[in-house]
Design a protein around this ligand. Structure first.
Ligand code: FNR
Length: 364
């Protein structure tokens, strides 16, 4: 794994998305393909960014923004800005310290970090090393006892919320990563899962389907989510629900919030860009229901657009990995600072001094 000089990297960054440009130039091509790639023909991956780009902002003049701030609130939590670090698996792939470095950056910039179930450092190790705002992303395990144990460990280590990801019961492949010859290196471990039952070896009878009778037999169902909600006092967000009927059912069973996400175009291809769904989902869930948006965020302008269309906050996935790969904790902190400054410029030039001023009227 190549190490870069963070100070040298930062000299070449003018905008947050420059981390992607530099990552493409400097990272080992198969590692870059693994991070950058999406599922299928990458239609959703491309649409996530192009649909955000397409929206236009309407500037305002002569507004007094001298007491402006990006401070905001998501349910009972006060945040210095509406940007989260999305759960991104196996960060040791790009930096020897992996998620520990990301957590340092999160703490230094007062950014909530969402740690993946599939992290390469254990959730306890991350909690021990920093006191920043931490949420835990949960993947259901083949055994509910193990799933619940993960939640108990997150509670014990003072994670403040759980995000359950439900859009990838079937692991989609990135053909871009396959073509580039990507293989997860042997030294990368599922640090949170070492004591749990592995996914069962799937026995398929003749004429049975590997997807239906194999993988989907082990996938979580509605009763598993209900069971989970009954077992924890932590707020539970669901990541990856996009269908209105699913959203209605989630509201009925009492989740605390939604992450509007298509997994950055890594789940089902040909789903809409998440930004295309956002305002309808906001209208459906009502004004005060917590909504976090992700998939396609590459700039402060993108963040502004998502907030204008109803998000309370956004999460960044790939930018986080590029910045970690190139600059470690300093890179991630710098990327977050640049994103926040880009957001502040949008706010100042559209006359929004508070996050709550960012409404659909700021868009064309
Ligand atoms: C992800 N994502 C993800 N999501 C999740 O819930 N658990 C996980 O372990 C991972 N792992 C992961 C690895 C890599 C390499 C990527 C790029 C993404 C999805 C992630 O949380 C987020 O939804 C998307 O990355 C958001 O899209 P952008 O910001 O990458 O466009």
């Amino acid at each position: 794994m190549q190490q870069y000089d963070p100070n040298e990297i930062i000299r070449h960054i003018y905008r947050a998305e420059d981390y992607q440009r530099l990552a493409e130039e400097l990272l080992e091509p198969s590692v870059y393909a693994h991070i950058a790639g999406g599922s299928g023909c990458e239609r959703t991956l491309k649409a996530n960014v192009s649909e955000l780009d397409r929206i236009q902002l309407l500037p305002r003049i002569l507004r007094d923004c001298s007491s402006g701030s990006t401070r905001t609130q998501i349910f009972d939590r006060s945040l210095s800005h509406p940007i989260f670090l999305a759960p991104v698996a196996y960060q040791s792939l790009v930096h020897p310290e992996g998620e520990i470095e990301t957590a340092h950056a999160a703490e230094a910039t007062d950014t909530p970090m969402v740690l993946s179930t599939l992290s390469s450092c254990s959730l306890e190790e991350i909690a021990k090393n920093n006191s920043g705002l931490k949420w835990f992303q949960l993947y259901f395990q083949p055994s509910f006892v193990d799933t619940l144990d993960l939640v108990r460990r997150a509670e014990k280590s003072a994670y403040q919320a759980i995000i359950v990801t439900l859009d990838t019961p079937v692991q989609t492949v990135s053909h871009r990563a396959q073509k580039a010859g990507f293989r997860m290196p042997d030294h990368i471990q599922d640090a949170n899962l070492t004591n749990y039952a592995p996914h069962n070896t799937i026995q398929i009878e003749q004429d049975e389907s590997f997807i239906f009778q194999g993988i989907m037999r082990q996938a979580p169902k509605w009763e598993d989510l209900r069971h989970l909600l009954a077992e924890t006092q932590l707020p539970v967000f669901v990541k990856g629900a996009l269908h209105p009927a699913d959203i209605d059912q989630l509201l009925q069973i009492g989740i605390s919030g939604l992450v509007i996400s298509n997994h950055g175009g890594r789940a089902l291809d040909s789903t809409p860009a998440t930004i295309q769904l956002l305002s309808a989902i906001r209208a459906r869930v009502g004004k005060n229901f917590p909504l976090i948006f992700d998939s396609g965020i590459r700039s402060g302008e993108h963040i502004f657009k998502a907030l204008a269309l109803g998000a309370d906050a956004v999460m960044v996935g790939r930018l986080q990995m590029y910045a970690l790969a190139l600059g470690g904790a300093l890179g991630v902190a710098h990327m977050l600072k640049v994103l926040r400054e880009e957001l502040e410029v949008c706010m100042a030039l559209t006359g929004c001094s508070q996050i709550s001023d960012i409404t659909p009227e700021t868009l064309l």
